[in-house]
Design a protein around this ligand. Structure first.
Ligand SMILES: NC(=O)C1=CN([C@@H]2O[C@H](COP(=O)(O)OP(=O)(O)OC[C@H]3O[C@@H](n4cnc5c(N)ncnc54)[C@H](O)[C@@H]3O)[C@@H](O)[C@H]2O)C=CC1
Ligand SMILES: C[C@@H](CO)CCC[C@@H](C)[C@H]1CC[C@H]2[C@@H]3[C@H](O)CC4=CC(=O)CC[C@]4(C)[C@H]3CC[C@]12C
Length: 380
């Protein structure tokens, strides 16, 4: 992929391109990758906002498909130069069965790898997660750690288990020969908790606050730090990795990178209040209003209720033993590996990330629009 001033030639495929992160990656690619000729957007559910992108200079091809179907993946991958595999089942609330989570996240990833090998696509970027590291089931803090920080990564929940297995598949595939004899070059990006325009859990907290008369109730001590990263910066990191992977294959191939930016270290709830506060919500309490043992009891009750009600209705509250443990365990990263390896610098400052997210939350009041979740990235 040599730099040139000639007509654009590259074909990219983004799986999960209509999801929260996927949409930002798609829009970022269209704005920041001048060598793009065709952008294939592969998703189980295609967004209507894709239509508006089809009028630009890059050919945008929407492909409705399922990553668990090997032949659908192979057809989408064939002829592409780079695959950004973001599709995944993100479920820590018990909406899907462990089997389904495994199928989509692990088998789906295996299908993407095999499709690259069979069709001769040489570059694969995988959206992994901080969850492949932790927090672990023992609740050990990971405080401002980096990619080399020793940590006992022990998982039980289907989501982190599936992401860890999938990441391992991607990294082990680095160096395998693709059709034509060239080596596959892969790497994995590990975002911490992503926030920004289109973030469903932020929307859930906002709606919950509105239901309680503009109030949210503190459940997590302010001292517990939770890593967060703005979606636009995560998208930018994907674009940059995809661009640099060929030139820096010996350095970047088979590597993992945490996704980071200048978002402050705060508790999950205090961080959310950076956006929900300016939208009129208040977080009640400087300390958790309920003792931890009571929260554990409530979370356990929720899990029991979910199990009992499953034959009748899907009960998926925000609070369950897993989400409580996640929110109550410090997990923050401090690293410059992405900057050292491929020159990453966050494209959005904390102030911009915050302003864009607040703007989006404020617009939620005006009801759903006809476009996508996020606006264009054109900046003044
Ligand atoms: N949201 C977060 O805080 C974080 C997310 N991630 C990872 O980022 C990726 C994207 O996550 P989000 O955008 O938050 O989730 P999302 O649910 O908004 O997006 C996932 C997309 O994948 C698509 N998809 C699901 N199953 C599919 C299938 N069988 N075939 C084709 N497409 C399918 C969905 O339709 C959706 O558009 C996931 O791989 C997730 O594990 C990693 C770290 C943090
Ligand atoms: C105890 C509750 C009272 O308000 C708060 C519950 C918050 C939880 C719903 C979230 C706390 C931590 C979040 C996860 C974290 O950001 C890491 C993630 C990485 C991913 O790859 C997917 C999303 C998530 C698991 C994210 C999900 C929501 C939390 C558990």
């Amino acid at each position: 992929m040599a730099q040139s001033t000639q007509a654009p030639t590259l074909v990219y495929l983004v799986t999960g391109g209509c999801g929260f992160l996927g949409e930002h990656i798609v829009r970022m690619l269209l704005e920041q990758e001048p060598r793009l000729r065709e952008l294939r957007v592969f998703d189980l559910h295609l967004g209507s906002w894709l239509e508006e992108l089809k009028t630009g200079p890059v050919q945008v091809t929407a492909i409705q498909g399922d990553v668990t179907e090997a032949h659908e993946v192979a057809a989408a991958v064939a002829g592409s130069h780079v695959v950004i595999h973001t599709a995944g089942l993100v479920d820590v609330f018990g909406k899907a069965s462990p089997k389904t989570i495994h199928k989509v996240n692990v088998q789906g990833t295996q299908n993407v790898i095999e499709a690259c090998i069979r069709t001769g696509t040489q570059f694969l970027v995988y959206t992994s997660s901080m969850e492949v590291v932790g927090p672990n089931v023992k609740g050990h803090p990971f405080y401002r750690g980096n990619e080399d920080t020793p940590y006992e990564a022990v998982h039980q929940h289907p989501y982190p288990c599936s992401k860890a297995l999938a990441e391992q598949l991607v990294l082990e595939a680095n160096g395998r020969k693709v059709n034509g004899g060239l080596p596959l070059v892969t790497c994995a990006l590990r975002p911490t908790g992503i926030y920004g325009e289109g973030h469903q859990i932020m929307r859930d907290f906002y709606n919950q606050g509105l239901r309680f008369g503009g109030r949210l109730f503190r459940a997590v001590p302010a001292s517990v730090e939770h890593g967060r990263v703005y979606v636009g910066n995560v998208a930018w990191m994907h674009v940059l990795v995809a661009r640099e992977l060929e030139q820096r294959a010996p350095l970047m191939g088979g590597q993992v990178y945490f996704c980071y930016d200048k978002s402050p270290y705060k508790s999950y709830e205090d961080f959310n209040m950076e956006f929900l506060g300016p939208c009129g919500l208040r977080l009640i309490g400087t300390h958790p209003l309920l003792p931890y043992w009571l929260l554990v009891l409530l979370a356990t009750l929720n899990a029991l209720l979910q199990w009992l009600l499953r034959p009748l209705v899907l009960y998926t509250p925000l609070l369950n033993p897993y989400t409580l443990a996640m929110a109550n365990t410090t997990f923050t990263v401090s690293t410059n590996k992405a900057q050292r390896h491929f020159g990453y610098k966050p494209i959005f400052s904390w102030e911009e990330s915050k302003a864009r997210t607040i703007h989006w939350v404020q617009a939620l009041d005006q009801g759903p629009g006809t476009g996508g979740h996020c606006g264009p990235y054109s900046r003044s």
